[in-house]
Every structure is written in structure tokens, then in C-alpha cells.
Write a protein that binds this ligand. Structure first.
Ligand SMILES: [Zn+2]
Length: 147
């Protein structure tokens, strides 16, 4: 699997590229990247950013890789940009994602709801999409009300 393939063939500009993993926490994927000469797994969006821009992970150790698309599952290098931790906090706050006020993207919620409708349990959809169970349930209720 690989970023090499990603950047050569599968790259679709403008669209988010899902890393295809379950994802952890906010939905980041992680993988081993031998080309970056690091041991253990690396958060995929960070690794992709480095590979795409010809950087090493050490080069961005003090900085965060932000998603301009606000989709933590996305590894499209065109949607990634470097920012400071402070910038990231401000960005999160602007998007209403500050600590204690977690919001999810519409895409995430739609995907989770679709999974539940297709027969997955709410818990499984929650883990898969990184969306809280209550959020999924509420989203599906809203969806019914709004048709
Ligand atoms: Zn994206």
C-alpha cells in the first residue's frame, strides 16, 4: 500500500482521499513509512505531507499538519498544510471543534449514518468513522425529520 502509488496514480485533486483505515481518535490513519526512515508507524497525513513536499518528519516535528478540508481521515496532500500548534487550536475553535465541543464533518456523519443503514451497529459505525455514537443517533433522527 502506498503513498508512492497515491501520488503517482490515484491522486484526485479537489477530492478528499480517505486513508481507508479504521482510524484512531479524530480519525487519523497511521502506517509505516520506510522511505521516511522512521521506526514504527506514523500518522498518515503527516507522512504524506512530508513525502509530497520532500521533507523529513524531523523538519515538521514542531509543527502540525492541518487539514484545509477539515476531514481528519483525508490524506490528499493538496488538502494538507503546515501550521503551528497555536494556529491549529485557533482553527479548531473557528470550526467549532475546540476541546469539549467536538463536532464532526457532515461527510463523517453521512458516512456513519449510511453504514448504520446498511446494517452495521452504531458502535461499529462510530469506530469506523470516528464519530460519536450519540452524534450518529441524533444525525439519523434529524435526517428522518427532514426527510
Ligand atoms: Zn481532504
Amino acid at each position: 500500500m502506498g503513498v508512492v502509488n497515491l501520488t503517482k496514480g490515484l491522486l484526485r485533486m479537489g477530492d478528499c482521499i480517505d486513508h481507508g483505515q479504521k482510524g484512531t481518535g479524530l480519525g487519523y490513519g497511521s502506517a509505516r513509512y520506510p522511505t521516511l526512515k522512521v521506526k514504527g508507524s506514523v500518522r498518515m497525513h503527516r507522512a504524506v505531507y512530508c513525502l509530497h513536499n520532500g521533507l523529513r518528519l524531523e523538519d515538521i516535528a514542531e509543527q502540525v499538519v492541518m487539514h484545509t478540508c477539515d476531514n481528519a481521515r483525508c490524506i490528499n496532500p493538496e488538502h494538507l498544510r503546515l501550521g503551528s500548534q497555536r494556529e491549529n487550536m485557533l482553527d479548531m475553535r473557528n470550526k467549532g471543534r475546540g476541546v469539549g465541543n467536538i463536532r464532526y464533518t457532515l461527510e463523517q456523519k453521512r458516512l456513519a449514518a449510511a453504514l448504520v443503514k446498511s446494517g452495521l451497529s452504531v458502535s461499529a459505525a462510530s469506530r469506523t468513522c470516528g464519530v460519536g455514537r450519540v452524534t450518529i443517533i441524533n444525525f439519523m433522527k434529524e435526517g428522518q425529520v427532514n426527510g
